[in-house]
Write a protein that binds this ligand. Structure first.
Ligand code: HEC
Length: 168
């Protein structure tokens, strides 16, 4: 009897989690730690941290430093995946429709810091122009444009990369 109701609660929580990304349940309705582990295995959506002031700062910095190539809404160039006449790729969208979400934070920051000219691309470096905090604000802003599923997949991959780096 006890097991049945516990399974029922777990089932309900899982259903709630997959339907609605907002955190569910108060501490009094949380199941014991074993069930919590089960919920983590089923991967509830990653809570999206939003900081309005940071997003606005990022948007402004993006407009000043990136929009001339990547577009005012980070929409990039329609033909971003085909090299131009110069054999180089045009600026891709950073709004979640291309593959920026395949890159963990250290790679995104490295691209912004070092650009791609040195490796045969067309993006200039921003080292010395943007601080670490500036880059984080810009990344946070363009990530605010990503659909939840894209952000979710990125956040899990990013957390894994950070974990591995801490272990080394
Ligand atoms: C002069 C044009 C130009 C400017 C300015 C520019 N970029 Fe780029 N960016 C590019 C191009 C072109 C690429 C594609 C890579 C390459 O050069 O081959 C790119 C690639 C990127 C990528 C990798 C995207 C992916 O999906 O792999 C990121 C991230 C990025 N830019 C962010 C920024 C940010 C943030 C800024 C502003 C701080 C910025 N860029 C400014 C032209 C530019």
């Amino acid at each position: 009897m006890k097991t049945t109701s516990l399974l029922l609660i777990t089932g309900l929580l899982l259903t709630a989690c997959s339907d609605d990304p907002s955190p569910q349940g108060s501490p009094t309705t949380m199941p014991n730690s074993q069930s919590t582990a089960k919920i983590q295995t089923a991967q509830p959506p990653v809570a999206r941290e939003r900081d309005f002031a940071k997003d606005m700062r990022g948007r402004k910095l993006f407009t000043q430093n990136c929009a001339s190539c990547h577009g005012s809404q980070a929409q990039g160039t329609p033909q971003w995946s085909t090299p131009g006449a110069d054999g180089k790729y045009p600026p891709p969208p950073l709004n979640g429709t291309a593959h920026t979400w395949h890159h963990p934070t250290p790679v995104l920051k490295r691209t912004i810091r070092e650009g791609t000219i040195a490796i045969g691309g067309k993006m200039p470096p921003h080292a010395g122009k943007l601080s670490d905090e500036d880059m984080e604000a810009i990344i946070a802003w363009f990530q605010s444009l990503w659909p939840d599923e894209i952000y979710d997949t990125w956040a899990r991959m990013d957390a894994e990369v950070s974990n591995n780096q801490t272990k080394q």
